[in-house]
Structures are given as C-alpha cells and as structure tokens.
Write a protein that binds this ligand. Sequence first.
Ligand SMILES: [Zn+2]
Ligand SMILES: [Zn+2]
Length: 248
Amino acid sequence: MAFALSIERLEQACHKDGCPICRLEHDAAVQSITAFLWEHANDSTAREPVNRSYGLCPPHTRLLVASELSSSGNLPGVHMIYEVLARNASQELAAAARSARKPSFLSRLIPTAKQAGRNLLEPSGNCPICDIAQKSAVNNLNVLYEEILANDELRSIYTQSTGICMQHIRQGNALYGFKHPQAAAFINQHAADTLQKNRTEMQEYLRKQNWEYREEGLTADEKTAWLKVLAFFTGLPAKKFNHHIKEF
Ligand SMILES: [Zn+2]
Ligand SMILES: [Zn+2]
C-alpha cells in the first residue's frame, strides 16, 4: 500500500501537462540540486559522486546553474564543484599528453588513466542527479501500478491526464507489469486509445491541408493532437514545443 502523500503527489502531477512520472523526476532533480547546493557544495566527501561522474550531465548542469542563480544571483556552488573538476580533468589530460609524447620517468611515477586500466576521462559513476531522478521514477511507477485499479480517484485523474510517456511505459512494464498485469493492461490500453484518437485527428489535419478542403477549419482537437502524440514519445509538456531552435 503506497503512502497517501506519494499518491497525492502523483495525482497533482497528473493534473499538469506532460508525463507525470517525467515531471516528478524533474521535481526530484530540482529538490536534490537545491539541497546539494545548500548543504554539500563545500563538503568534499559529498562531492565525490560528482567527481566520479566528471560533473553532472548537461541538462542537470543547466539546472544547477539556474537553481543557484535564481536563489542567490552568485555562483559559489558552481565554482566549488567545477574548479575541482577542472583541476582533475586538466591533470588527467596533461598526464595523457605527456605519456603520449614520450614516456618519461615522471609519467611512470604518476600513472595515466590508461595505465590505471581506464580510458581517458572515463567516468566511474552516473550523474548523481540522474540517479536520484531514476529512483524517483521507479518509486512513482510502483505507486501508479499498485494503486491505479485500487484507487478510484487516482484512476479518474489519470484517465483525464496526458498519461505516462513511452519511456516510462517501457520501464513500468519491465518493472511492474508481471506483478500488476491488470494495472499494466489498463495503462497500456489508455495509451493505445489516446494515440489512436490523436492520430485520427492528425489525419484530419493533413486532409485539411489539401487545397480542396481549405474551407473546412481545424477543430481545437485537430490543432493540438500532434502535441499529445509528441508528449507520449518524449514525456514533455506542450509548451516545450515552440519555434526556438537555438541551444548554443
Ligand atoms: Zn515519462
Ligand atoms: Zn543528470
């Protein structure tokens, strides 16, 4: 039996746009980055997992910067974490360059990554924030598969929601499909019906692009069906799909 608080959190995520499990992963990442910045940025032991992974993954690095900028306007945490990472990477690269130029007495004393049995700059752990997001997904999928048939309120809210994305359907089926086959059937059927409905709207959208049918306007559902299909394949809410293409 899942905790009431976990069910409530899942229900709240279902009320919002996009995959609820992806949203809760993101919330867990934001919370852990905030806690990390406040409690552990200057604690070298707590920073070890970040050192082992050679920093956070690119999206979580952006989240780290955004979190620190929005709370203090300065970036002491980013400086403390990434100064050490820059030093570690620089030393490893310089050692590799030195050993490639000519194996010297010094490089025999200070083993390069290759000599230590690793590839150059090879991480020995995942982005720790990704690990936390992953744990959140496993726990929230457990709540969903355990409760969806037992809890009428959750089932009703889920039925009105975007539903879980493809990646989380895969994960949910792999982890909980055997233990909760009827719940998995319900979730899969909901996704199948949503996709079928929206692909029909998309066909209508395409048909009305034709000059012959130009007088027929698009319905509200035909205008937004593509966003619901993309939400299934990516987990992202509709507002993430816009005309911005600049990432650099
Ligand atoms: Zn998802
Ligand atoms: Zn990450």
